[in-house]
Design a protein around this ligand. Structure first.
Ligand SMILES: [Zn+2]
Ligand SMILES: [Zn+2]
Ligand SMILES: [Zn+2]
Length: 729
């Protein structure tokens, strides 16, 4: 008796056994096909993960699946295995993980719109029609004439000749014409002329092509402006000439237009498609099919594109591989960079991870010899690395957080008709509002967080739960009217700079001012058309964008990450400053980077000033070894949140106690309240699992999960697992 092992789209870490539907030939079923199954009181869509010969349940107790929805699996065997691996590795409900590989339309149990264009031709009935049979219907007669002389004709060509869809429909209803979907075959790629590579770029490209089209990982560590993209383009060219496809992951949707433009300029628009969350379900499904059927050669996408099947996989490129955006922060908390490497292994493809500031995870893999490290230490073309220095702001008068030296440097740059990039960590006007009389601070009523003042919008906002409150006129505690702001956000910097530099173009670039991808794209085009300007922004500015006219990058406050409780604090600061600095002086004009700090002698600052991220990262890596923190050890967090702190704490404590004796190479820390103890009205705790061996860490994690699943818990208590966490708050 054959049994279908089915994963359903529900938060359950288990599969369910079903009998095949009536009349279905079991031999035609393959893993990955979707089925409609009875579930609870209703029905749901599920995925057949395996076909077994027996069940651990009595066969007569098994329900029968209602229908098989696919004749063959929509995903490739490699993606099938990737999803099963990911469900186990990330300890996440298997149906939710598996469903991530499918376009939303398929997840909902519906069918995809087939690709291809309609080609119209005459039916047998139409072929036998005597001349003049259509009488005075002139357009219908014209269509008949075209098809009689030309055979099958595509619909767009008919439209150009004035045949409307209504005419086609009319003749189709008379059963005189019919259509079939056809896809024009793509021509083999002949290769394109790339830019001239410098010595390091050529050596890197040669190492990649020599390594060959089987599974191997290259870490391309190239300083900002070193021309990594040109190396990617020429590597992809190499694969396309062999008839293979490329998958390119980028960290942020905002980078799509400029990345897409570079790729389509080189390879032509019909060979390249994008995949990101800004597209409709229908667009995504179409691009997904084009990639899966091998009808396009290059897929460029954000995080979730890593799951898109390719018919002829050759190479997977992860650009800005250090970027935290590759980690999904809710639900199925996967890291797309890590899954790209696993995927390369499963489908025997080459994987290239590129960054100016590689993550310590990738640096460690390079040190261990698992990845081949290729370095680009020179900027491409005539550009040189920017000169970096600090402004010691101790005892200085600051205006909107800016020292006189910084203001002078801005004025100087503008007078040379060049552009300034001012980087701040915080958006809004000020990160806190407080009472000068009694010290009251405006705080979120449901988070352990200060409210940010947004002056233009005239409200206080919590950046953790988005709660809004009106700006009070007086202190709610002592009724003083001496309310003052503390700290500086992008909005305040912009207001100050407008007063200081009237008539100068000033662009604020943060998630308050840039709400659509197109808005960012248009703004970048305006900025890059040249002329003196000041760009004020947050993280959004630091990511991979190319600003040819920026010659001064000014880091408003380098100190905020210096005393971070996150063990990755120093790594992140070094990456951030290196990336922001990398926006300056990318072309002929030399760049300058200024760092405002109260701690000019802090070792993290002095290391960054050496502008040798490579050496710095190796030093940080050896520090992680002594503490056994990632990437030296593996970390897993078990989070709980509940209306009361004790509930959240007791739940995790119970799980820990049930574990009993631990192996010596794993330690459990906590449960402890999370660094942000209360968020959106719930108290949060975490139990940290730190292990030296992945298999053992995973085994302990699963043991905790099994206990959590069977343990009775307060109804409003929620818990989740975060494997290889990026955020510890
Ligand atoms: Zn007060
Ligand atoms: Zn809040
Ligand atoms: Zn229990």
């Amino acid at each position: 008796m054959s049994v279908l092992q089915v994963a359903v789209n529900k938060p359950l870490r288990t599969t369910f056994d079903y009998l095949p539907p009536e009349g279905v030939d079991i031999d035609t079923l393959t893993p990955g096909v979707r089925v409609k199954v009875p579930f609870g009181a209703g029905t749901t869509t599920g995925y057949v993960l395996a076909i077994a010969n027996e069940s651990s349940y009595p066969i007569d107790k098994l329900k029968q699946a209602i229908a098989v929805l696919d004749t063959q699996s929509a995903i490739s065997p490699a993606i099938h295995r990737l999803m099963l691996w990911a469900a186990n590795y990330y300890c996440h409900p298997v149906g939710e993980v598996y469903g991530t590989a499918f376009p939303a339309i398929l997840r909902k149990g519906k069918a995809l719109t087939p690709l291809g264009e309609r080609y119209w031709e005459l039916t047998e009935h139409g072929l036998g029609l005597p001349e003049g049979a259509l009488g005075r219907a002139k357009k219908q007669a014209q269509l008949l004439g075209i098809l009689q002389t030309e055979g099958a004709v595509n619909e767009s060509s008919l439209r150009e000749r004035g045949i409307s869809p209504a005419i086609l429909r009319a003749l189709k209803n008379k059963q005189l014409v019919k259509f079939s979907l056809q896809i024009p075959a793509s021509k083999p790629w002949q290769g394109a002329q790339g830019l001239t590579l410098n010595g390091e770029q050529s050596a890197a490209l040669k190492a990649m092509t020599d390594a060959g089209s089987n599974f191997n990982v290259q870490l391309l560590e190239g300083v900002t402006g070193a021309g990594k993209t040109e190396v990617y383009l020429q590597l992809i060219d190499h694969y396309l000439q062999q008839g293979q496809q490329a998958l390119v992951l980028i960290p942020e949707i905002g980078l799509t237009p400029q990345t897409l433009a570079r790729f389509t300029t080189r390879f032509g628009g019909e060979r390249v498609v994008a995949m990101h969350s800004g597209m409709t379900d229908a667009q995504r499904a179409r691009h997904w099919q084009l990639a899966a059927q091998g009808l396009v050669d290059i897929l460029i996408g954000t995080r979730s594109a890593v799951f898109t099947p390719l018919a002829r996989p050759g190479v997977i490129i992860v650009d800005e591989e250090h970027d935290g955006a590759y980690k999904q922060q809710d639900g199925f908390r996967y890291n797309a960079r890590d899954l790209a490497v696993k995927r390369g292994q499963l489908e025997n493809a080459q994987v290239v991870l590129g960054s100016a500031t590689p993550s310590l995870e990738s640096a460690a893999n390079a040190e261990r010899g698992r990845y081949q490290r290729l370095r680009l230490t020179q900027r491409a073309g005539s550009a040189n690395l920017p000169k970096m220095s600090i402004i010691d702001v101790r005892r200085q008068v600051l205006q909107a957080g800016l020292s006189q030296a910084a203001i002078d440097a801005i004025a100087q740059t503008l007078s040379q008709h060049e552009q300034v990039l001012l980087f701040l960590q915080r958006r809004g006007f000020a990160p806190s509002l407080r009472c000068h009389q009694c010290g009251w601070i405006a705080s979120c009523f449901q988070c352990d967080a200060h409210l940010t003042l947004h002056q233009g919008a005239n409200h206080l906002r919590c950046h953790h739960c988005e709660a809004r409150q009106p700006v009070p006129g007086t202190c709610p505690d002592c009724h003083s009217n001496q309310l003052i702001t503390k700290g500086v956000g992008t909005e305040q910097a912009e207001v100050f700079l407008r007063e200081q530099f009237p008539g100068t173009a000033i662009y604020r670039i943060d998630s308050d001012t840039i709400t659509t991808r197109d808005a960012l794209h248009q703004l970048l085009e305006r900025i890059n058309s040249g002329g003196p300007a000041i760009l004020v922004g947050t993280q959004m500015l630091s990511k991979g964008h190319h600003f040819p006219h920026v010659t001064l990058a000014l880091i408003h406050d380098a100190d905020s990450s210096l005393f971070s409780t996150d063990f990755r604090g120093e790594e992140r600061l070094a990456q951030l400053i290196t990336q922001v600095a990398g926006r300056a002086g990318r072309e002929a004009k030399a760049g300058t980077v200024l760092l405002q700090t109260h701690y000019p002698h802090h070792p993290a600052i002095t290391e960054i000033l050496k502008q040798n991220y490579h050496a710095h990262s190796l030093a940080l890596l050896s520090a992680r070894k002594t503490t056994n923190l990632p990437p030296s050890g593996q970390m897993v967090l078990l989070h709980s949140e509940a209306p009361e702190l004790t509930q959240a704490e007791q739940f995790l404590l119970h799980l820990k106690q049930r574990l009993g004796q631990l192996p010596t190479n794993v330690i459990l820390i906590g449960p402890l309240p999370s660094p942000m103890q209360r968020r959106a009205g719930l108290y949060r705790c975490q139990l940290t699992i730190l292990g030296q061996n992945r298999a053992v860490t995973q085994q302990i994690t699963w043991a905790l999960i099994r206990e959590a699943e069977k343990h009775k818990r307060p109804s409003r208590l929620r818990w989740f697992v975060d494997v290889d966490p990026q955020e510890l708050f």
